[in-house]
Design a protein around this ligand. Sequence first.
Ligand code: ZN
Length: 435
Amino acid sequence: MSGSENQDGDPENQDSDQDDLSLIMEFENGHISDSNSGAEREDSSEEQEDLPLVNMSTGEYDRDIPTTHGYLGRLNPVSGYTLFEDGDVLKDIFAIYTSTLVFPGFTLPLLMNDTFENRALDNFLQEHHKVFVLICPNSLYSGLYEYGVTMEIFETNLRNDMLHIKARGRQRCKRVTGSRTENLAGRIKLITVKILAEPPIVSPLEDTQLLALKSKRKWTLHNFDELKQCKSYRRYHAAQFPLPSWVYDINEVSYYTKILLEGLSAYGKELVPEDPEKLSYWFVQNFHLSHRERLEILGLRSTLERLKLEVAYFKLGRLICCENCGIQITDPTKVFAMSKDGMQSNFVNPGGHVYETITVNSAINFKLLGTMSRVFSWFRGYAWTIMQCSNCGNHVGWKFTSTNPRLSPKEFYGLANSGIKIISQKPVADPQKII
Ligand SMILES: [Zn+2]
C-alpha cells in the first residue's frame, strides 16, 4: 500500500495513471467500493449469509471458511494437476506479477478488473492453458526476483466483466538467464523459466551403507527421536569419514523437522504439516518473515536447505512494525490462525489488489478509519474497519469485528503484509538442544 507504484508495485511497469487512481481509492477505504459492481458484491456475500459459521464439532469459528475465498462468489472448477520434470524450460509462459509470494501447496485468489489484464487472461484460458508463473519483486524492490512459483488455476469465473480466479502453487522455477521479459498487460508478462523440481530427501549417510545391510537394519528415519536410538549403528558407519557422527545427525531432515514442529506447536498441531517438504513451505508461507528472508528461502534448492535456514530464522526475536515509520504494531506472540491455511494467507479485494494478511489477536499504536463494513469480507461473519498507524497514518490492515454473537473471537486484526515490516532481533533463547 505504500509508495506511488501501480496496483501491485511492479517496479518494471510504473506508468499507468489509472493504477495511481486505484491506489488513492484504496487508501480511502481499504477495499475499493466503486459503483460498477457493488450490487454484485453484496449479492455474493448475501448468497452465503445462511451458511453455518461455527464448526459443529469444536464450537469455534469454522477455519475452513477463509480458505474457500467465498467472498469471490461461486466459481467453476477446472480439473487437472500439472507437474513438470526437473529442468523443463517453459518458453514465453504467462506470468502474473504481485507483491506477494505463494509457495507450493498454497492458494492465490485473483480478481482481474483491468480490461487489458482481463482480455489477456481470458485468451489464455480460452486456449486451455491453466498454468502460469507467479513472480514478485526482488529484495530491493528494484526489479523482478529471479525465482517464481508455477501456479495452476483450479477455479475460474467471468462475472461483471471481471475474471475471478483461484490458483494453487505447484513448483519452484527460475527465470532463464538472458531470456527476455515482455510486458503483456498490466501485471501480466511473458517470461521463460526453468522448472526446479524437488530433489528427493536423502540421508547424509545414504552412501555409507552396504546395500546388504541397509535392508536389515533401520538407520535413517523420519522421526529424529527414533533415529537417535540407532546411534551406535550410525556411528559405526560414520567412522569411515573424518567428521564426527553428530555432523551427520544435524544434516538429517528429521533434526530440523523436530525443532520446527516443537517450536510451532502453539499454533495448533492440526495446522502444521509433519511432512518435511510441506512443513518447509508451510513455514515460509506462514511465519512472520521479511520479504528478503522469504526470497532467500524460495531460492534454496532442497527441503533440507530450507528447513536449516528456517530454523535459524525461527530462533530470531521479531517485532511487527509499521512499514512506513517503524513504530511497533504487535509482536509475534499475538499471531494466531483464523484460517486452516495458517496465520498468513492471501486475499484479494474488489480492486484486484492481493493482500497477504497476517491475523493477530491484539495490536497497538493504531487508529480506526471510517465505519465497519461487511461487504466482501474475507472472514464471513466478521465486518472490517480500516486500521491506520496512529503515528504516521499508514494503512496497516483491518480490524475484524464479529457480526454474530455466537462467534469467537469477538474481534481480531488482519495486518496487511504490505503495510508492516518485520524487524529481527537477536535470538530469543538458546538453540534447542535435542541431540
Ligand atoms: Zn507508521
